[in-house]
Write a protein that binds this ligand. Structure first.
Ligand SMILES: [Mg+2]
Length: 168
């Protein structure tokens, strides 16, 4: 029996993953979000929530937000796609790191603390993979580079599912 602390993590971004940056298909609904005096328009597809939950249940993984929306994702995103409130990775300001890594990557390396993880993001590149591979507190991981114009696809989810199934 795998303990809670060893369960794999499914790290989920919002913009470019759940909220595509391109022209969304008719499966997406348009919403307004009000965060700290600003109004944001997002396009969300309830199938994303259903499919992410199914993947988490099927693989024993834990869903976690890895987005600049931070805890606002639990207010404005999760309920609209049928997700429960999720844990949130606290992120630093958006500045690229000294090795060319995304600003999120060091915070993610610390958060995962050796647990296997899949990271769905539209901005991860080779520099992020290199950073994570070199980090002492990072174990097995899979970066799923989501195409921001389309957002998260069934192919992305299958890629994650197959990788999680093959974990030791
Ligand atoms: Mg993004």
């Amino acid at each position: 029996m795998v303990g809670m602390s060893e369960r794999p993590l499914l790290l989920v971004d919002v913009d470019g993953v759940l909220n595509p940056l391109g022209r969304p298909s008719p499966e997406f609904r348009r919403y307004q979000c009000h965060v700290e005096g600003e109004t944001y328009t997002v396009y969300l597809n309830s199938k994303h929530g259903t499919r992410l939950l199914a993947l988490a249940v099927e693989t024993g993984a834990e869903l976690v937000w890895a987005t600049t929306w931070e805890h606002w994702a639990n207010d404005w995103i999760a309920p609209r796609i049928g997700l429960p409130a999720l844990p949130v990775i606290k992120l630093p300001p958006n500045v690229r790191g000294e090795f060319g890594e995304l600003f999120k990557t060091p915070a993610i390396a610390e958060y995962v603390a050796g647990r296997p993880f899949v990271w769905f993001d539209d901005q991860v590149w080779a520099a992020d993979e290199d950073y994570l591979r070199a980090h002492p507190s990072v174990g097995d991981f899979l970066l799923v580079q989501v195409e921001p114009g389309a957002g998260l696809t069934a192919t992305d989810l299958d890629y994650a599912r197959n990788w999680l199934r093959d974990l030791p």
